[in-house]
Design a protein around this ligand. Structure first.
Ligand code: CTP
Length: 418
């Protein structure tokens, strides 16, 4: 159980190691405090060679600590480890990574890392030769395997004027990754570790000729929010997208992104990915119709006004349901403008998916291109959840809550039959 911090803010323990990038951790501390986190900094002894605890104390929620001994609390590492919703180490030196792998606990930071069950993030920073060293890469791989989130360093200017990979990720990106792991209401459950999820996003484009296409108003934001949320919960994500949005640095590093344009391309990519997937979420607005035989050359005005003949595209969701792997969870989306409840219930039955996420896009601030969404999540099992107007990340987590429940029910059923 987490010890209560003085209020109900999510608690971030910020570990700072000794390296030239230690000064950038001050900005991480400030950004997290400004974002509403309770920040408790720990500096290693070497970190204090680069920056003073007082600098952090001025910006954090409690004084920075540097030692296992002489603090006001008799056992500072267990206090910090228990109250943490998340521990982020930025910068993390090669030495810290090695000590974390081997479970050492001879200073306050490593002892706190040993004493916590919270999500751990590390943002390594070091010279290129050190970063590329096989021992360091092996340690990074072990940490990733154990569920530690590694925020990869960037390429750029390093200490002493060198240039290469190993520079600490941008403080704003680090803060963003921390916040995405905390989620909208505090700590995010790591309940999808190792689960393979394929997510589709965006509105497909159906070519009329080389310069024109038919599409729809979907922005892809809900699909990307699902990918971010699934990564934060530990899933392996394949994002098949007709939109070209930016994922956060951590999600970008952890997600397989397949860019597509047309419904046909999306169908091909989804079918291939679905063969390995435990979960498929069709958040994309797939075109229902496409022009019959798009023109290989531009339709110019001198040819006269063209008549567009349309044909139906393949229903990807329906074909996924037909070829469903045992235990696979399939989620559909439905954008409706009228007769919502009855159309949604009919669609759920017709498509045969496990969950249907229904949004009434006639409402203001709902669905297409908005930052917010309001949905009803309907289950084949009859369970219905209403998610009121919220950020798309909140909707994403609500959908994943239901997915996680279905996966655990199915694994219990499987164990029961064994
Ligand atoms: N979908 C799909 N392939 C298509 C069309 C839609 O996989 N060719 C998926 C969407 O990704 C979504 C779900 O089906 O998850 C519902 O899409 P929607 O457009 O609301 O439903 P339609 O089947 O097009 O039904 P209707 O036109 O009656 O609304």
């Amino acid at each position: 159980m987490a010890l209560s911090p003085p209020d109900d803010r999510p608690v971030v323990v910020l570990g700072v190691c000794g390296g030239i990038a230690a000064y950038k951790a001050v900005e991480v501390c400030r950004l997290l405090s400004d974002a509403g986190c309770y920040v408790a900094p720990i500096l290693t002894e070497s970190a204090t060679q680069f920056i003073t605890p007082l600098t952090f104390s001025a910006l954090a929620s409690e004084p920075a600590q540097t030692s296992l001994y002489g603090e006001r609390h008799p056992s500072p590492h267990t206090r910090l480890g228990r109250m943490a919703d998340l521990v982020v180490v930025a910068p993390a030196t090669a030495n810290l990574l090695a000590r974390l792998v081997s479970g050492q606990s001879d200073d306050l930071l490593t002892a706190t890392l040993s004493a916590t069950t919270a999500t751990v993030l590390v943002a390594p920073a070091m010279h290129t030769e050190m970063w590329e060293q096989s021992s360091v890469q092996a340690n990074v791989a072990i940490l990733r395997e154990r569920g530690v989130v590694v925020i990869d360093p960037e390429s750029g200017r390093l200490a002493g004027g060198d240039v290469g990979a190993g520079r600490l990720a941008d403080p704003a990106s680090i803060a963003q990754v921390v916040l995405s792991h905390l989620g909208p209401t505090g700590a995010v459950a790591r309940d999808l570790v190792g689960v393979k999820i394929t997510i589709s996003a965006g509105g497909t484009r159906e070519a009329i000729d080389p310069v024109r296409y038919l599409s729809n108003r979907s922005s892809g934001k809900q699909g990307y929010a699902l990918a971010e949320a699934a990564i934060a919960r530990g899933a392996d994500v394949t994002l098949v997208t007709a939109a070209r949005l930016q994922l956060s640095p951590i999600a970008r590093a952890a997600t397989t992104v397949i860019n597509v344009d047309s419904a046909q391309q999306m169908g091909d990519a989804i079918s291939a990915a679905a063969e390995q997937a435990d979960v498929v979420i069709m958040a994309a607005a797939v075109a229902d119709f496409r022009p019959v035989g798009s023109s290989a050359t531009k339709l110019t005005k001198d040819l006269g006004i063209p008549t567009l003949l349309l044909e139906e595209t393949t229903d990807i969701l329906a074909s996924l349901v037909q070829r469903r792997r045992t235990g696979q969870v399939i989620v559909g989306f439905a954008a409706e403008t009228h007769d919502i409840a009855s159309r949604a219930a009919a669609k759920l039955a017709r498509k045969g998916c496990d969950l249907l996420v229904v949004n009434d896009v006639s409402q203001p601030e709902v669905g297409f291109d908005h930052e917010t969404n309001a949905v009803t999540i309907m289950g084949k099992d009859g369970e219905v959840d209403q998610v009121p107007l919220s950020a798309k990340s909140t909707v994403a987590h609500a959908v994943l809550d239901r997915v996680a429940r279905l996966l655990s029910q199915r694994s219990q059923e499987r164990n029961h039959h064994v």
